[in-house]
Design a protein around this ligand. Sequence first.
Ligand SMILES: O=C[C@H](O)[C@H](O)[C@H](O)COP(=O)(O)O
Length: 220
Amino acid sequence: MTQDELKKLAGNYALKYIDQDDMIVGVGTGSTVRYFIEGLATIKSRIQGCVSSSEQSTKLLKEFGIPVYELNSVGTLDIYVDGADEINHQLKMIKGGGAALTREKIIAAASAKFVCIADESKYVDLLGEFPLPVEVIPMARSYVARELVKLGGNPVWRENVVTDNGNWIIDVHNLKILNPVELEQKINNIVGVVTNGLFAMRGANELVLARSSGNIDVIK
Ligand SMILES: O=C[C@H](O)[C@H](O)[C@H](O)COP(=O)(O)O
């Protein structure tokens, strides 16, 4: 199966988590989530709506006629479904390849359960081969980059990308992330960092993993 077919398989499988009527579902961003949103559209009469993690997902949800709510107007969400750029065996992730990391992290924090949907290529032993995205306040870009070098990384500014929050992204290459929780905290403590793409303090609760064979494994 192609990677795209596997993403679709994982996205459709996650519909099983919409197991009550009138749920408000937290939705992530990206090409895997796109399939989940397409699936949600087929059961939209059963849900109340969604909270969206990006302008891109909001646009798609609205095109499908799915109501989109502000996070501030709803309570704790039962479920948040999102993809990942890398996920390890402890279900800690690197996210933000699509620059949506900050809103994603906020909705994940405000949700009771985080279900990650991914194809097998995302499942890794050690996080860090995928460059770690860091969202920064624009004026802090060079300062933050110098601090990231001190942490052993090779920061590269993702030029021409502005996040939904009006900020910039630095991708940190060559990090061997042996302690994701510690690194997440250290990077978040650099002044000028909005957040970084390590989802380690709050990882996923379940991973819906589409194996290249076409089988789905649910890892908890
Ligand atoms: O900012 C983007 C998000 O963190 C995505 O969840 C992540 O990049 C995975 O996206 P995709 O499903 O397109 O690989």
